[in-house]
Write a protein that binds this ligand. Structure first.
Ligand SMILES: Cc1cc2nc3c(=O)[nH]c(=O)nc-3n(C[C@H](O)[C@H](O)[C@H](O)COP(=O)(O)O)c2cc1C
Ligand code: SF4
Ligand code: SF4
Length: 253
């Protein structure tokens, strides 16, 4: 099969997933274009000569619902796709399988998949500095190998990935960060919230639409937004027990 272009479809509220997707894209050696799933993009078709890299963070062992909905608007026309899940060193549970299922339903053949590690966006000390140079090199090499595999194949087959088809039960939306006294109402957080949960006219508030993705916390120039202290402590304690030892990328192809 021939592939001539690479499309990165990426949901990356705080940038870790984006870094991995870019390294995979670089490894393919193909011209790359990006579909930003943090924006509410229209439906579009990805041609059979295009290699899709669909990359999502892991939220509660699943892919974020909004990322799945936006990915489902991409139509595959039988072309190849790579499923990439990026997680904060706890576990990716059923996220890779769920991502593969969404892509398969959209008409893609998921011929490769990978799970990579990035800083935990709720508690950034967990997996701090990831993805590091080693992670990026592994992601790049993975991209190279997938293109070789696609080019050598007369027809593509779908790859097996870990996960339970029942999927881990979805938790209620993640905890919503709040703006504190340092907020100067600049509106930067409202402009980038993937689900419009921060009213532009009142950016020191957060609505129930919040999915807890931490993007507003990451972009606030005043460091005015964060989770409430008791919630942050509870997540920290949980992660200390479950996300201690550094995990390594896993690739399936
Ligand atoms: C609401 C929420 C839930 C998360 N759940 C998990 C999880 O189940 N397992 C895990 O290892 N990391 C989890 N993480 C960490 C993210 O998967 C990780 O930080 C990822 O790199 C974030 O992607 P981004 O940098 O592209 O935003 C969670 C983060 C958030 C905000
Ligand atoms: S980015 Fe920070 S300072 Fe600006 S409106 Fe949002 S919370 Fe306030
Ligand atoms: S308000 Fe919620 S959904 Fe919006 S950027 Fe902040 S954490 Fe993400």
């Amino acid at each position: 099969m021939n592939v001539t272009r690479c499309v990165l479809a990426v949901f990356s509220p705080t940038g870790g997933t984006q870094k991995i997707a870019q390294a995979v894209g670089k490894g393919t050696g193909l011209p790359v274009r990006t579909v930003d799933l943090c924006q509410n993009a229209d439906a579009c078709t990805i041609g059979p000569e295009e290699l899709l890299v669909a990359a999502c963070p892991v939220f509660g062992g699943r892919i974020p619902a909004v990322a799945g909905e936006r990915l489902a608007r991409l139509q595959g026309a039988g072309g190849p796709a790579i499923a990439v899940a990026v997680y904060g060193n706890r576990a990716y549970d059923d996220a890779l399988l769920e991502l593969k299922d969404v892509l398969t339903a959209g008409g893609f053949t998921v011929c490769a998949a990978g799970a990579f590690i990035a800083e935990h966006s709720m508690v950034r000390e967990v997996a701090a500095g990831r993805p590091d140079a080693k992670d990026a090199a592994a992601a790049q090499e993975f991209g190279e190998k997938v293109v070789q595999k696609v080019r050598q194949a007369a027809s593509l087959s779908s790859v097996e990935v870990p996960g339970s088809p029942a999927y881990k039960e979805k938790k209620a939306a993640g905890a919503a960060p709040k703006a504190g006294k340092k907020c100067v109402a600049c509106g930067q957080c409202a402009a980038v919230c993937p689900v419009g949960a921060i009213p532009p006219a009142a950016p020191n508030t957060t609505t129930d639409a919040c999915i807890g993705c931490m993007r507003c916390v990451a972009v606030c120039p005043q460091n005015a937004r964060d989770l409430a202290a008791p919630m942050k402590l509870a997540v920290k304690t949980f992660l200390k027990a479950s996300a201690g030892k550094p995990k390594q990328p896993e690739m399936f192809l």
